[in-house]
Design a protein around this ligand. Sequence first.
Ligand code: NAD
Length: 253
Amino acid sequence: MSLALDGKIAVITGGASGVGLGIAQEFADQGARVVITDLRQEALDRAVAEIGPRSSGIVADVTDIASMQAAYQQIMAQYGRLDAVVANAGIGAHAPLGAITEDQFDRTFGVNAKGVLFTVQPALPLLRPGGTVVVIGSTASIRPPRGMSLYGGAKAAVRAFIRSWIQDIQGSGIRINVLSPGAVDTDSLRSALAMAQGPEVVEAAIKVMGEGNPTGRIAQPREMGRAAAFLSSDAASFVTGVELFVDGGMAQV
Ligand code: NAD
């Protein structure tokens, strides 16, 4: 048993930046061929240049079922098989009760819940026994911050999804798990902090977040990559249906 993903073909949605990019880099280092999907070609090109020759990019929107099906067709045409799916694309919106709009609801659940469903469902017939799915959740599934009920609700939805899905696919040999990060040091986290508190306080805000964590810091994207690699590897052969919190202990205390 090893963490190695040698020769596996993996798709990572929203892989052009942040957590998804960290996962894609780790998977490539562990021997996988990674196909990252995202909304914009330029962002994909930059990410593929960063990850290296074991990667390629496909423009695909997880909320658009036809676009995801086309992405899988392209992967099958290129590689002939699929071994690992990471449903990572996600968005957050600050939306306090009393000011929640229908558009915020539709976009947050569209990407984080519907997008996960239509990333996973068309992949299942392509995966073989031993195939894996990792859905990127969030500690917001159990501890949604103030103003983040839509985001927390959508992340709670996916943890419920997979508990039912593993029963739906009983006997297939495919494992499905949720990996739920706490705060991860990404450009999106930094720009959210800059918007909320001002660009000059971002470093201080990251430090304060770290000090509130039992580990004393927030995570780096590669740490999500290593946990996702574990869940996608044979080392996790009897792990399915879990929500693995990779949060430095933050939501556990
Ligand atoms: P990010 O914005 O850096 O990355 C998300 C990527 O998804 C972007 O490249 C974006 O273009 C892409 N994307 C957005 N909508 C898409 C769509 N409809 N189709 C395809 N791609 C789309 O954000 P991140 O922080 O890296 O978040 C990645 C995942 O990690 C999300 O599911 C998020 O909820 C989760 N997460 C992040 C943190 C954190 O602190 N950064 C904490 C907990 C959970």
